[in-house]
Design a binder for this molecule. Structure first.
Ligand code: ATP
Length: 584
């Protein structure tokens, strides 16, 4: 609690009021793991529900729930085993492990060191004589290494097979594509959403729930026909956005204020589907309480982009004076499905029927088994399959006198004549296409942090300082606080009855009868409860109660029998408190 920044005050409030705190504290805690307390779990749950409503239900997409542990072949195919690395530098003096790109970003004016190759990062560390953030020892000549972020485990006892905790929810969708495609009756486009935990052994977890080792993602994988029509942009065309294109980042240029429609039309956003989701997300983020003045889209620089992504934009929010990534919007092409097809040998395609049957040329093999049988014995079948796949994939491989195939890691050279290679004409009704993938990938924990930070307010009420969270009513953990004015059997019985009725209406209600009424209001303000209802002596006579709104502290008198429907409408945003207040 040194400089009293919003971040520090918020983290203190979060712990004290049950939003989030470091896990396993009784055993000293461990970096990068947080528990959401009663308020935090409710806020996070409401945000997830809001995401589900907008990105799955309202778009007509499916949702699945896949395991968090997956076997090794999944991550061989996805490329995570090979390349899901961050740059690690270890202090030779104190042993602290630090992300080298963050060290560079914190100590120089490089904004995106993640996109630099390792030798360049080492050179920058040496040039600026950067030192260990823990003990101050110089790191100039220390090697930077790749560190794989996946947590590994063993599945089952004995000769168990290796498994990994998924570093993103996406792979649980991709590996099930053949079945999911059937559920979608093989019609493109279709989308599959998933909300669930992901795990990354982050080198330096930081800023509480902003960078943790276990977190929740909400991802949508939209499978589209690569030659198909794009989305109807009309619903989002006029959505205003603030864009920070790669070109502007590279030459110190300005951010762009434009609309989704214009940005897609002039090519700033290359892919219309990516643009569509950015537009939907812009409005959704605002609706759940992200301050639009502290929100932007930043395009990935070429070196930062995953090798498969043709275009990628991050949604970023400004918290504690820094921009953090809230979500990524990527065009992943056919990368994921092609890799799983190749590695699993299964079909990851959709059959596209032509309007009219077409005559096409097809390369095929008709191997001479009297030669292959004696030569390969039990492996002959596998050799034939390899020849068939090769003919399908790469005709040019049969141009010479011999052709080479790999079977179980062994290379075999076979005469093209023996393979019986020929190109034939065929009438076909359609073709198998590998869909392309558009992926909006949201982090839920960073959104919880952003929504809280953007809602954090301090003001003065009745001459006393007050802290409150101006959370959107629709996502606030508690919708209503219900109080008896003071300790009194009749008031308490009436207030409990009011609370019960509100709960029966589906509202989340907290009942509080301890302490002075002003203090009870403050407690609810501090956790962001948008409305409080007080039952007083008059209520017993006139069957009406006082409803107080959190931000303005204005109060109105409402009949008890209108209360549930009115509060539910206020929470959903269908009615405004100002309108109630001015009519009262
Ligand atoms: P970063 O560059 O910040 O490490 P990333 O680009 O690796 O993030 P993605 O792989 O695009 O992140 O993951 C999608 C989303 O998941 C991110 O936008 C973020 O909101 C969330 N996320 C990723 N890593 C973490 C983490 N360690 N803690 C909390 N949320 C995370």
């Amino acid at each position: 609690m040194s400089d009293g920044s919003t971040g520090e005050k918020l983290t203190e409030l979060a712990k004290r009021r049950g939003y989030f705190f470091r896990s396993s504290g009784v055993y000293g805690g461990v970096g990068g793991f947080y528990t959401f307390g009663p308020q935090g779990a409710a806020l996070k749950g409401n945000l997830e529900e809001a995401w589900r409503d907008r990105f799955a239900v309202a778009e007509g997409h499916m949702e699945i729930d896949a395991p968090t542990i997956m076997p090794e072949p999944v991550f061989e195919a996805s490329g995570h085993l090979e390349g899901f690395d961050d740059m690690l530098i270890e202090c030779p003096e104190c042993g602290a492990t630090v992300r080298a790109d963050h060290l560079v970003e914190d100590g120089t004016d490089h904004e995106d060191a993640e996109s630099l190759p390792i030798p360049e990062v080492e050179a920058v560390i040496a040039e600026y004589a950067l030192s260990c953030p823990e003990c101050g020892a110089g790191l100039a000549d220390v090697a930077v290494e790749e560190f794989n972020l996946m947590f590994s485990t063993r599945i089952g006892p004995g000769d168990s097979q290796p498994g990994y905790l998924r570093p993103e929810t996406a792979q649980g969708i991709f590996v099930e594509f053949p079945r999911l495609s059937e559920y979608a009756r093989n019609k493109l486009p279709f989308g599959v959403a998933q909300i669930g935990r992901a795990y990354r052994n982050e080198i330096s977890p930081r800023r509480s729930i902003v960078r943790t080792r276990e977190f929740t993602q909400a991802e949508l994988e939209l499978f589209v026909d690569p030659t198909g029509d794009g989305p109807d942009l009309e619903p989002v065309a006029d959505v205003p956005v603030r864009l920070y294109p790669a070109s502007a980042q590279a030459d110190g240029g300005e951010e762009l204020r434009t609309t989704i429609g214009e940005a897609v039309a002039d090519g700033t956003i290359a892919d219309p589907w990516v643009g569509y989701f950015m537009g939907v997300a812009q409005e959704w983020y605002e609706a759940v309480g992200v301050d639009p003045d502290r929100f932007r889209y930043r395009q990935h620089l070429a070196g930062e982009r995953a090798h498969y992504a043709s275009d990628c934009w991050d949604a970023e929010s400004e918290v504690d004076g820094n921009w953090i990534e809230l979500a990524g919007f990527a065009h992943r092409g056919a990368y994921d499905l092609s890799n799983h097809a190749e590695n699993s040998g299964e079909r990851f395609t959709v059959f596209r029927q032509y309007d009219e049957p077409k005559t096409v040329e097809r390369a095929a093999v008709d191997p001479d088994m009297s030669e292959l049988g004696p030569r390969f014995g039990a492996d002959a079948g596998a050799v034939v399959e390899a020849l068939e796949r090769l003919a399908d994939r790469d005709r040019a491989a049969f141009d010479g006198e011999t052709v080479t195939v790999d079977v179980d890691g062994e290379r075999h050279e076979i005469d093209v004549e023996t393979a019986g290679f020929a190109v034939e004409e065929e009438t076909v009704a359609g073709e198998h296409v590998t869909p392309h993938v558009i992926e909006p990938s949201f982090g839920v924990d960073r959104l919880v942090y952003t929504v809280l930070e953007h809602a954090y307010r301090e003001d003065e009420v009745d001459g006393e300082p007050r802290t409150y969270l101006a959370l959107e009513p629709a996502v606030a953990p508690t919708a209503v606080g219900v109080f008896p004015l003071q300790r009194d059997d009749a008031l308490e019985a009436e207030a409990r009855k009011v609370a019960r009725e509100l709960r029966a209406f589906g509202l989340s209600v907290t009942y509080d009868d301890s302490g002075a009424i002003g203090r009870r209001y403050r407690r609810q303000d501090e956790v962001g409860t948008p409305f409080c209802v007080t039952v007083d002596y008059e209520s017993l006579e006139d069957r009406a109660v006082t409803v107080r709104e959190r931000d303005s502290t204005d109060q109105v008198r409402l009949p008890i029998d209108e209360l549930p429907a009115t509060l539910a409408a206020l929470r959903a945003g269908d009615r405004s408190f100002e309108e109630l207040y001015s009519n009262n």
